[in-house]
Design a protein around this ligand. Structure first.
Ligand SMILES: Nc1nc2c(ncn2[C@@H]2O[C@H](COP(=O)(O)OP(=O)(O)OP(=O)(O)O)[C@@H](O)[C@H]2O)c(=O)[nH]1
Ligand SMILES: [Mg+2]
Length: 278
């Protein structure tokens, strides 16, 4: 069955990626993989995994992508894989090679393992696991759900200093204006993708490896005509551990947005990967 890019999914429609149309998808029927990139998250990983495995989404699996964290996060991941062999997996990479490729490696593995829905989220509790079932349930209405700080009822942690809030708002405004991104939170890192959307996006064309990865994914998804649903989240400051965001990374991100524009500005829905199911 083929649908035009922006055509809504009718109630009861059976789609080739295992979803039914509105009003609600049966969570138990959706094979979900949560991709968790980690670098020095030893204090967060076990509690994050515990919280995710306790969610009312029985066919939910986790995939940790660790970059040889000096604090031993990789060893904790292995212990969790041993403890939950059917529900946890891990990819161990040799070096800190970046958030973008961590997600791409995780997405490819999740798709290869047959996931219908792929969740991407930070492992520091900024993205609260309790949103995941609600996001999955709304995936019947769209191709990607975005956990958004900048829609009505979305909020940033009150403990953020004014400068940090201003920078976040400015970065979002900059990326949205330059690229014409309609999503209010263009830099959001908490998303749930339909299998068909990730396949159609063609992960091989995504080139950003740093924080612009989120912007590139949002831009390419929009250019290819995928339907985005933004749902509000409360974005809490990381509970434990340190941010990997530095001033040079922020400057680098600013000019890389131009690269994203140059690379993808001519994409249209016809450029979805041909073999991708709709
Ligand atoms: N595998 C891998 N994970 C990374 C890398 N950089 C960051 N991460 C993880 O990606 C997620 C987001 O990174 P954070 O440092 O929290 O970045 P942030 O959310 O923009 O910054 P904060 O506001 O301080 O939380 C976390 O789970 C990190 O552990 C990396 O190079 N490789
Ligand atoms: Mg974080």
């Amino acid at each position: 069955m083929r649908r035009r890019p922006s055509q809504p999914i009718r109630a009861g429609t059976r789609c080739s990626d295992g979803f039914r149309g509105a009003p609600r998808v049966l969570l138990s029927a959706v094979k979900t993989c949560v991709v968790l990139p980690t670098y020095n998250e030893a204090d967060n990983l076990a509690s994050m995994v515990e919280a995710l495995l306790a969610l009312p989404a029985p066919d939910l699996r986790l995939l940790v992508v660790d970059d040889d964290s000096p604090d031993g996060t990789g060893r904790i991941a292995e212990a969790l894989v041993k403890e939950h062999p059917r529900r946890c997996g891990a990819i161990h990479r040799q070096d800190k090679v970046g958030l973008g490729t961590a997600y791409l490696d995780g997405f490819r593995r999740a798709l290869a393992e047959g996931a219908d829905a792929v969740v991407q989220m930070d492992c520091d509790f900024s993205h609260s696991p309790h949103y995941v079932p609600g996001f999955l349930a709304r995936l019947s209405e769209c191709d990607v759900v975005v956990g958004s700080r900048y829609v009505a009822d979305g909020r940033l942690d009150e403990r953020w200093e004014k400068g940090r809030v201003a920078l976040s708002v400015w970065a979002n405004f900059y990326a949205r204006t330059l690229l014409g991104i309609r999503v209010r939170d263009a830099t959001a890192g908490f998303k749930v993708w339909r299998r068909a959307a990730l396949l159609g996006l063609d992960l091989d064309r995504i080139c950003s490896n740093g924080y612009v990865f989120q912007v590139e994914m949002a831009y390419v998804a929009q250019k290819l005509g995928y339907r985005v649903l933004e749902l509000p989240i409360y974005f809490e400051d990381r509970r434990i551990g340190q941010s990997k965001m530095t001033i040079p990374i922020k400057f680098e991100a600013a000019w890389r947005v131009w690269q994203v524009w140059l690379r993808h500005r001519r994409l249209t829905p016809a450029d979805r990967r041909a073999a991708a199911p709709t």
